[in-house]
Design a protein around this ligand. Structure first.
Ligand SMILES: Nc1ccn([C@@H]2O[C@H](COP(=O)(O)OP(=O)(O)OP(=O)(O)O)[C@@H](O)[C@H]2O)c(=O)n1
Ligand SMILES: C[C@](O)(CO)[C@H](O)COP(=O)(O)O
Length: 258
């Protein structure tokens, strides 16, 4: 099994600013149905190393992050713990493993419930985004440190987006009802960063199905801000994404000389 050395990292707190501790919650309890049959997605190999290990390292590579809470498949917490014990992480990073739930939202909530006191900034990062660069992680942390309640990495869209009505019956066409102004749309990634109290309140208050944590904060009526996302922070969702992730990793290894 390949076990790459850790790349160097990132931001030091501005002089005179109190150190605010940051934890990352990694929801990794999904099955990965869209990726096809196999082990739970987070445990599948990317460059010979489980995707989850890449994601944990991506968080731990940021000097801002001192605790990573991994939310494991419900019956797989022991396996995930052994897996992480077997891979190198920076000594400054503590890791907790907790069992997840039936939805991403529930898994994140379980991770939040396990967070010890003393962490005032929380990142939520999909295990399915194993290749997010450390600069993106640091930009999110910086924006929360600068006072934002919630921060998302965001990219402009390459495709035009259509809003459709559901098909009248399976196999029937979906009528297009609108073409939103693309210049004002963004595809958002993770890690998303939050003041801990805001994220906890969102998860205690919002009960409807929202596909990202920042969306839950929006439901509280609070402002979410963006920082530039990164193409390599894409989510491994379908089989082609895994091919792309392997190619990105191979290019990095070539550039890094190993
Ligand atoms: N019950 C769940 C469902 C999802 N996730 C996590 O949420 C992240 C984003 O979800 P997604 O990419 O949709 O993963 P899956 O739910 O595994 O994918 P699919 O919908 O194809 O099954 C992933 O890291 C996934 O492990 C989770 O922790 N708990
Ligand atoms: C959180 C997220 O990755 C932001 O783009 C996304 O909403 C997760 O969606 P999924 O369908 O649960 O993968």
């Amino acid at each position: 099994m390949s076990d790459d050395p850790l790349p160097p990292s990132s931001p030091t707190p501005a002089p005179g600013r109190p150190t605010v501790r940051t934890a990352a919650v990694i929801p990794a309890a999904g099955r990965g149905v869209r990726l096809g049959p196999g082990a739970p997605k987070a445990l599948r190999a990317l460059g010979g190393t489980p995707m989850l290990v890449h994601a944990v390292r991506a968080m731990a590579d940021s000097r801002a992050v001192s605790l990573v809470v991994v939310v494991a498949p419900p019956d797989g917490a022991g396996e995930v713990k052994s897996l992480l014990d077997a891979h190198a992480l920076p000594e400054r990073t503590d890791v907790l493993v907790v069992p997840g739930g039936d939805s991403r939202q529930e898994s994140v909530k379980r991770g939040l419930d396990a967070l010890p006191e003393g962490y005032d900034i929380v990142l939520v990062h999909d295990a399915a985004r194993p290749l997010v660069p450390v600069d993106t992680v640091d930009a999110v942390v910086e924006a929360v440190r600068d006072g934002a309640a919630a921060v998302v990495p965001a990219l402009p869209l390459a495709d035009t987006v259509k809003q459709v009505e559901p098909a009248a019956a399976p196999g029937e066409p979906e009528p297009v009802v609108a073409t939103p102004d693309r210049s004002r749309l963004r595809a958002v990634q993770t890690p998303q960063g939050f003041e801990r109290a805001t994220l906890v309140r969102a998860h205690e208050t919002v009960t409807d199905d929202v596909t990202d944590d920042a969306g839950m904060v929006e439901r509280l009526g609070l402002t979410v801000v963006t920082v530039p996302g990164h193409e390599e922070a894409f989510k491994v969702t379908r089989p082609l994404d895994l091919v792309l992730a392997e190619a990105v990793l191979a290019r990095r290894r070539l550039n890094d000389g190993f």
